[in-house]
Design a protein around this ligand. Structure first.
Ligand SMILES: C[S@@+](CC[C@H](N)C(=O)[O-])C[C@H]1O[C@@H](n2cnc3c(N)ncnc32)[C@H](O)[C@@H]1O
Length: 260
């Protein structure tokens, strides 16, 4: 059952009759109705897979996960490879491709960048609708000649990462990557349609300190936290250093050196 901020109803709808059966399946899986005239959002099933559409006159376009075309493809081909700050932050170097747990997967953009650079990724997402978009995007990408091999390196888990990390069994991840929602209302972020969908669905990840604590207890080599550039660190232990980009910053909490 999906829970949203108060007054933010959601419904599942098929974009044409041929997708009715799939819409029914998603409605049951998510515990979301097929009919709700008051809904603020619709999970739509159509020819491009699953998408979330905010409803109403001012609504931006739909949000979906696409690892094959658009932004993801552009960044994969022209994004700067191992020189990207996120790659350095997780410790990618000559002969080093750490196994990474992305404990705040969202729409999987960061995880896809790291997977395309060769990291084995485990992803955790707790918001059921976001997890559904991600699952659908991964499934569609598996059929693609080039991107199929990349998404094979991305393994999605659902649920709360704090609990999952505390109950982790087996080999711990070498690196844990965290990018929780930062609780502030930045005008430029509000303009982005993804943020306009994310905020009401996800809210502010106020339990980030517990997430960091669980990550630090589990990771064998390092924890990396992505923050808006000017944002304070997550409450708790201090990072040893940070890498700063134009709009984001990566706070690095080392435990052990990553070796080739
Ligand atoms: C800012 S988004 C992450 C964006 C992501 N890095 C990307 O590249 O698409 C934060 C996401 O983390 C998820 N999240 C936050 N805390 C979590 C937790 N404890 N367990 C699982 N998911 C969590 C939220 O539901 C949200 O989807």
């Amino acid at each position: 059952m999906v829970e949203l901020e108060q007054g933010m109803g959601i419904r599942v709808e098929a974009l044409s009759a041929e997708f009715q059966a799939q819409a029914q399946v998603w409605a049951e899986r998510l515990g979301v109705p097929l009919v709700d005239d008051e809904a603020g959002f619709a999970v739509q099933v159509g020819p491009d897979g699953l998408q979330i559409q905010q409803l109403g006159p001012q609504a931006p376009g739909p949000v979906r996960v696409d690892f094959v075309e658009g932004q993801a493809a552009h960044r994969r081909l022209y994004g700067g490879g191992n020189g990207q700050m996120i790659a350095k932050a997780v410790g990618i170097a000559q002969g080093v491709r750490p196994q990474v747990l992305d404990a705040t997967a969202g729409l999987g953009k960061d995880a896809f960048v790291l997977a395309s650079l060769g990291c084995q990724m485990t992803l955790i997402e707790r918001q059921p609708l976001i997890a559904a978009l991600l699952e659908d995007g991964l499934a569609r990408a598996r059929g693609d000649d080039e991107v199929g091999a990349i998404v094979e390196r991305m393994h999605l888990l659902t649920g709360n990462a704090i609990e999952r990390m505390r109950a982790w069994e087996g080999e711990p991840p070498q690196v844990i990557y965290l990018d929780p929602m930062f609780p502030h209302r930045d005008k430029s972020a509000l303009v982005k349609k993804e943020m306009r969908v994310f905020r009401p669905l996800v809210g502010d990840d106020l339990d980030a300190p517990a997430l960091l604590e669980a990550a630090l207890a589990l990771a064998s080599h390092r924890v990396v936290v992505k923050r808006p550039r000017k944002a304070p660190i997550i409450d708790g232990p201090k990072p040893s250093h940070s890498l700063e980009g134009k709009s984001s910053r990566y706070d690095i909490y080392p435990k052990k050196a990553l070796k080739a």
